[in-house]
Design a binder for this molecule. Structure first.
Ligand code: C2E
Ligand code: MG
Ligand code: MG
Ligand code: MG
Length: 283
């Protein structure tokens, strides 16, 4: 009856919990190994400048294929890495891979105005020697600081806003750019935001998704774009999948766009060829 199904539900619940825990322990072990053995890869998703239609930048997105577990999404393993000390090695690996790739692309004649964005975790921004380490990496690989964009989430500004702000200022002083990713989904306060030396806000995909559906997402997108303009920041919209979304974002005055409609994240080799052809959103 009711009782046995409740017991069964609890049983399944704890079984699921147990299985989940085992899976994240396994992922942790395997990920640590994969980083040590240099078995992660990077994809790069182009960002397009809406005025010129040209590629203005690339977002570096980490990829991991485990021989037994298969392809695992960063949406799954990054949070697990963040709950352990692995995130440091992961971020360092990604930054090194990106700087080496940048050196290769510039040697192949890539436009030096193109920037590469790297996603940071909240904890990266709080690490005491992170920026010194990054600066040494830039020097070592010959990467100009102006080529790198740090994408941080609003969540990075919540735990220790003073230290985060100090490190953002330091990053800016080095010549790096700082964008707030997934903007609108976090809890950063506007009074903090306007005191930070930021370069851009990235409208979260969940709002872009709702454009044209007559719902609040469109209003939020519009509000974020107005906010960015009044703070004199640029606006990037992520997750554009339809022409209607692109048209609306253009109307709203968005500066640059990114999404499957324009390009999926690409292997490095595909980026090399993309950068030698005309941009798809040029009209
Ligand atoms: P994010 O930084 O917001 O990156 C955008 C995500 O949306 C990427 O997923 C991208 O493939 C996906 N995307 C882009 N355009 C579209 C679209 O039009 N439609 C849909 N449905 N999705 C789109 P991905 O690569 O799976 O990454 C997920 C998240 O994992 C990222 O969100 C970021 O938070 C994190 N992540 C990825 N790479 C790294 C990394 O190297 N370091 C850290 N710390 N986090 C990373
Ligand atoms: Mg991002
Ligand atoms: Mg994002
Ligand atoms: Mg996101």
């Amino acid at each position: 009856g009711k009782m046995t199904s409740a017991i069964r539900a609890i049983g399944f619940y704890s079984f699921d919990k147990e299985a989940q825990l085992q899976r994240s322990v396994l992922i942790e072990t395997r990920l640590r190994q994969a980083i040590a053995e240099n078995r992660l890869r990077m994809n790069y998703q182009p960002k397009f400048d809406l005025a010129s239609g040209k590629v203005s930048g690339l977002e570096a997105l980490v990829r991991w294929h485990d021989p037994d577990l298969g392809e695992i999404s960063p949406a799954d393993f990054v949070p697990i890495a963040e709950r352990s000390d692995i995130i440091r090695d992961l971020t360092d690996w990604v930054l090194a891979a990106v700087c080496h790739q940048y050196a290769q692309w510039t040697a192949q004649g890539m436009d030096r105005g193109i920037t590469i964005a790297v996603n940071l975790s909240a904890e990266d921004l709080l690490r005491p020697n992170f920026l010194q380490w990054l600066r040494a990496l830039l020097d070592h690989t010959g990467t100009p600081a102006s080529a790198l964009v740090l994408e941080i989430t609003e969540g990075s500004l919540v735990d220790n806003v003073e230290l985060a702000a100090e490190h953002i200022r330091e990053a800016k002083a080095l010549g790096l750019s700082v964008h707030i990713d997934d903007f609108g989904t976090g809890y950063s306060s506007l009074s903090q935001l306007h005191r930070l030396p930021l370069d851009a806000l990235k409208v979260d995909r969940s709002f872009v998704n709702e454009i044209g559906t007559n719902s609040s997402g469109e209003l939020v997108t519009n509000a974020i774009i107005s906010l960015a303009k009044s703070l004199r920041l640029s606006v990037v919209a992520e997750g554009i999948e339809t022409d209607a979304q692109l048209t609306e974002l253009r109307k709203l005055g968005c500066d640059s766009v990114q999404g499957f409609l324009l390009s999926r994240p690409l292997e490095a080799l595909a980026v090399t060829s993309l950068l030698t052809q005309t941009a798809p959103c040029q009209q």
